[in-house]
Design a protein around this ligand. Structure first.
Ligand code: GDP
Ligand code: MG
Length: 440
């Protein structure tokens, strides 16, 4: 991966006491290769290397700083610049309803991202209205309608026999009647950019005057995503980009090139199929991630948003005092679920971090967590507060009550006691799990 590659380069640099021009050029050759292999556009790479080299060579080596570190810092700063500098918000001013138009190739994630954005806006107290405007595939309308149902967001009753522009016009009127302030228009895509599609999108644009035209681009497609962005931008004047599927093994090249190619900011990134897997794009964090330092800030922000401060403190206190019951265990599972998948969280910790030990817990897939919740919910208060009394007949009753098997109940109790053991080991260590969950 790009980050591994860069880390190797810098490991070599760390061996040097001072940095010579030759060292830097050598390192830059590696960086260049690594970026090209990560599928970054070659022109972007060229400019990037030139800019970093100039800064690194021209700079006096600070005695207090390892020279390798200094180059990493310069590379980091330049990556941040290349990625757009700072995060950019949605443009939601102007006449209501504000229109956000989602465009992109088929399969890039437009429909999913429309749902994710609706969820996000809803969380901010806005009233989104979802508009399926892909009339070519009947399933496309159904897909968005189902997502809308899950989110309890109103959705326009589009039909496949309608013209997309008519759908959009009607949707504006309907949104007004429903008191919705934001229209999220999910448009059609094709497998490749084609003129007919571009004309349709242009007609929608003219009719709706969107405040945002967001290109949804699949990060896995690398340089192709950049070419697509270029084309869409020429025809439609994009206002921003959503880069999806960054949770897969996308090499990050697209993120590095897209901003440069279009001059338009990446506003969000998609990190999974779930409706909560959308994050604001932060160039500095992305740069850190590329350099392999992990994305600690995102993690902390996420933890803080999800975890009720008081509850977390209470939990920490209990962890310290041996008072951690199955009720607290249940609470904790609920908190973790709010934060997103454990896997996603672990990915944000440099070197996977301590949470790796949590892998002893039942595999944190959603169904498992639901089961754990069901099992604990079927316990009596007494049982939850003192697991030692849960004998065989109680286990059988709990299994029956929660619609699970006795071995599921055993598994939950085992995870809990294992967690107790782990807590004991970690207790007192600064920055241990307690510290993480409590935000300090
Ligand atoms: P559309 O044709 O552009 O509307 O694309 P869809 O929204 O239907 O998405 C196509 C596929 O990509 C679906 O299976 C989605 O679940 C998946 N998908 C969308 N966004 C992401 C993402 O950020 N990560 C992952 N892993 N999958 C995604
Ligand atoms: Mg779609």
């Amino acid at each position: 991966s790009l980050s591994q590659r860069l880390q190797d380069v810098f490991k070599n640099l760390r061996g040097h006491g001072t940095l010579t021009e030759e060292n830097i050029r050598e390192a830059m050759r590696e960086v260049r290769l690594a970026l090209l292999e990560a599928d970054v556009n070659f022109r972007v790479v060229k400019d990037f290397i030139a800019s970093v080299t100039e800064k690194a060579v021209g700079r006096e080596v600070l005695k207090s700083l390892a020279p390798g570190q200094q180059v990493i810092k310069i590379v980091h700063q330049e990556l941040v610049e290349l990625l757009g500098g700072s995060s950019v918000e949605l443009e939601l001013g102007g006449r209501k309803p504000v229109v956000i138009m989602m465009v992109g190739l088929q399969g890039s994630g437009k429909t999913t991202t429309s749902g994710k954005l609706a969820r996000r806006l809803q969380g901010e107290g806005k009233k989104p209205y979802l508009v399926p405007a892909d009339v070519y595939r009947p399933a496309a309308i159904d897909q968005l309608t189902v997502l809308a149902g899950e989110l309890e967001v109103p959705v326009h009753p589009s039909r496949t026999d309608q013209d997309p522009v008519d759908i959009c016009r009607q949707a504006v009127a309907r949104a007004g009647e429903l008191g919705c302030d934001i229209l999220l228009v999910d448009t059609a895509g094709r497998l490749h950019v084609d003129q007919e599609l571009m004309e349709e999108l242009s007609r929608i644009k003219t009719a709706l005057q969107p405040a945002e035209i967001l290109l949804v681009a699949d990060a896995m497609t690398g340089q192709d995503a950049v070419a697509v962005a270029d084309k869409f931008h020429q025809d439609l004047s994009l206002t921003g980009v959503v880069l999806t599927k960054l949770d897969g093994d996308a090499r990050g090249g697209a993120a590095l090139s897209i901003k440069k190619a279009t001059g338009r900011p990446i506003k969000f990134v998609g990190l999974g199929e779930g409706l909560d897997a959308l994050e604001v794009f932060h160039p500095d964090r992305m740069a850190s991630r590329i350099l392999g330092k992990g994305d600690v800030l995102s993690l902390i922000e996420k933890a803080e948003a999800a975890i009720d401060k008081e509850k977390a403190e209470d939990l920490n206190r209990k962890l310290r005092q041996d008072g951690f019951t199955l009720e607290d265990f249940l609470d904790q599972i609920k908190q973790v679920r709010k934060m997103g998948s454990l896997e996603q969280i672990m990915g944000m910790i440099p070197g996977m971090g301590r949470l790796k030990q949590l892998q002893n817990m039942p595999k944190p897939d959603e169904r498992e967590l639901t089961k754990v919740e069901a099992v604990i919910n079927s316990m009596t208060k007494k049982e939850r507060r003192n697991h030692a009394i849960i004998n065989a007949s109680r286990r059988a009753r709990i299994a029956k009550g929660s619609g699970t098997q006795v071995q599921d109940v055993n598994k939950v109790i085992k995870s809990y006691t294992e967690m107790l053991k782990m807590m004991k080991k970690m207790r007192g260590k600064p920055g241990g799990l307690g510290g993480l969950m409590g935000g300090g």
